[in-house]
Ligand binder design. Structure first.
Ligand SMILES: Cc1cc2nc3c(=O)[nH]c(=O)nc-3n(C[C@H](O)[C@H](O)[C@H](O)COP(=O)(O)OP(=O)(O)OC[C@H]3O[C@@H](n4cnc5c(N)ncnc54)[C@H](O)[C@@H]3O)c2cc1C
Length: 555
């Protein structure tokens, strides 16, 4: 077969599912030309991810998608749902992990956590990415990646015609899933807890009303624990359709079952699964032996808890399930992957635009790999607690609370001007108060009569915020940014443009009214000064060069 001659593209994305689409969208948001190639003919056909965390929805808000996503979520799921554990839908409630997904959320964020199915979210991401100019090639497979000092050469094969083309990219984002061929080719190993079970997801519709069984307690997600099986339901707003994940079969509370681990037959649910067996499991989980249900699909998958040893090899960056694969308990997989893409996009953009130094891209691994490792452990802890207590707690981390996991993880890298002391990897958002490396806190402000969140100021350029007595920082920022060729926004919070009606901003960011803070394009605090400084231009010049990993030789 003849090969088409190459085309040049700044960033090639391998994989066009949740994380590949997110990477395409975020890179276009920063004005970078991208090409994403995806083997499948279109976006996801199965629901899979459904629980989206606060940070993810904040990111979607920053690229103009919050309203669309919330609208879709409300169509699909009960808005005040949560996560509980039941013997069966008809049976007793054993635990309630989240009585209401959004309890306490408004203290920390202008947005909410939500449920939306992956097969409904992906078309929204795709439409926005294409609207912004992303090129997405479905039905195409990346066959090889070869890198040299200047770029990466990829061979892309059109699956229907077999036609091959070469693409030359400056950088590659490998968002090609948990079996990542790119990761394999690069020889990057994985570490963690390995394979946990050969699970299945049963997509179904009940032909009877499950409402009376649910007794007005449709939570959205229901774990099921009974002597026949362990797994979880995700039920749509009607309560009559959705999916049942089955991770384990049999009574895993029995000691002889525990003793037989790890050659566990009860963890090989997918092996030889038939529709009849799936129906038995589904009915046992519903708790009514002969209830009429239709099974639309049975998808086998492997529950794993592993992270890649490296997230970057030269010009190739691993993101999403290619970088970390977790059991779905806690809903971490897709969220963490989308946040990988968000962390990487602005770094690639500023590097490609010649604004950042070469070291900035290395901070992707430095920042996201520890978060990946933490996430794998915390998802494993939730898997053991909610699904597989027989695994015991010797090998599990203590549970980190959900706010700390979602908006409290912290970065430590040359792209953060850290403060003295050893920073924790995660912190409750009430504690972090704008500490460099933390997600910049949410405070409602008033812009000429319209309520905006501090978070609405971030997502594009670097942003300098000062307190009401910090105009000197604000003025110095304009001069320094021009000198460095860096697009930078500056605001006096509590000044003419942005009122701080309750005077909350300085305290929330841990500065005095004359202090300042620099927030990176991903909404994380890069640096702060608690008060005024003698030579603000020189301070800012040094700080910004350091955050951009620019060497001393460059202006
Ligand atoms: C039952 C279940 C429930 C879940 N629930 C949640 C949840 O509530 N919240 C959450 O955040 N996550 C959840 N997840 C996890 C989530 O689905 C994954 O983390 C997410 O899909 C990862 O996205 P990805 O784009 O990294 O990888 P994938 O979705 O695996 O996509 C990778 C893509 O790369 C393509 N590809 C691979 N190789 C090539 C190649 N050589 N060339 C071209 N294309 C290629 C594949 O075709 C695929 O489409 C759940 C998963 C399961 C199984």
């Amino acid at each position: 077969m003849e090969r088409e001659t190459g085309e040049d593209i700044p960033v090639l994305i391998v994989g066009g599912s949740l994380v590949g689409l997110s990477a395409a969208l975020f890179l276009r948001w920063h004005g970078i030309e991208v090409l994403a190639v995806e083997r499948h003919a279109g976006t996801a056909i199965n629901a899979r991810a459904g629980h989206f965390h606060l940070r993810t929805v904040e990111i979607l808000r920053s690229v103009g998608l919050e309203a669309t996503v919330r609208h879709k979520s409300e169509e699909q799921y009960p808005p005040d749902g949560g996560i509980n554990n039941v013997e069966s839908l008809a049976g007793r409630e054993i635990a309630n992990y989240f009585p209401n997904l959004n309890a306490g959320v408004d203290e920390f964020s202008p947005t909410i956590r939500l449920f939306i199915n992956q097969d409904a979210l992906e078309p929204i991401l795709r439409a926005r990415a294409e609207e912004l100019g992303a090129r997405l090639l479905y039905g195409n497979e990346c066959e090889s990646l070869e890198q040299d000092a200047d770029g990466v050469t990829a061979v892309i094969r059109h699956l229907d015609s077999g036609a091959r083309r070469t693409v030359r990219a400056k950088y590659v984002v490998a968002a090609d899933g948990n079996r990542s061929p790119s990761r394999e080719r690069l020889g990057v190993g994985m570490h963690g807890h390995g394979l946990l079970s050969h699970s299945i997801t049963i997509y179904f519709r009940a032909q009877a009303d499950l409402g009376p069984l649910l007794r007005d307690r449709n939570q959205g997600v229901h774990y099921v624990t009974n002597p026949l099986m362990r797994g979880f339901f995700r039920l749509d707003r009607s309560g009559n359709a959705g999916f049942l994940v089955v991770n384990l079969v049999g009574d895993t509370s029995r000691p002889e079952v525990v003793a037989a681990y790890p050659s566990a037959p009860w963890a090989r649910v997918a092996e030889g699964i038939t529709e009849q067996r799936a129906l038995e499991l589904l009915r046992a989980a519903i708790g009514v032996p002969d209830i009429p249900v239709v099974i639309d699909n049975i998808a086998p998958w492997r529950a794993m808890a592993d992270a890649a040893d490296r997230f970057q090899v030269g010009r190739v960056f691993l993101a999403g399930d290619a970088a970390h694969v977790v059991p779905p308990n806690g809903g971490y997989g897709g969220n963490t992957g989308m946040q990988d893409a968000h962390n990487l996009a602005w770094k690639l953009a500023l590097t490609l635009k010649g604004i950042a130094g070469p070291g900035l891209l290395e901070t992707y691994d430095a920042e996201r790999r520890p978060v990946g490792d933490l996430t794998v452990e915390q998802a494993f802890t939730r898997y053991v607690t909610r699904v597989a207590p027989y695994l015991g707690t010797d090998d599990t981390q203590p549970l980190v609370d959900d706010f700390s996991m979602e908006i409290g993880y912290r970065y430590s890298s040359p792209a953060i001007a850290g403060e003295p002391g050893s920073p924790p990897l995660h912190e409750h958002p009430r504690e972090s108060q704008g500490r460099p490396g933390a997600r910049a806190p949410h405070v409602f402000l008033d812009r000429q009569g319209t309520q905006v969140s501090t978070l609405d100021l971030f997502g594009g350029n670097f942003v300098l915020l000062t307190g009401p007595e910090g105009r000197v920082w604000h003025d110095a920022a304009a001069v320094t940014a021009k000198e460095l060729g860096l697009p930078l926004d500056a605001h006096v919070v509590g000044g003419d443009d942005l009122a701080d009606p309750e005077g909350r901003f300085p305290g929330a960011y841990g500065i005095s009214p004359s202090g300042a803070v620099i927030v990176r394009p991903d909404g994380f605090v890069g640096w702060r000064a608690t008060g005024a400084a003698g030579a603000p231009e020189s301070v800012l010049r040094q700080v910004l060069k350091s955050l951009l990993c620019r060497g001393n030789g460059r202006p």
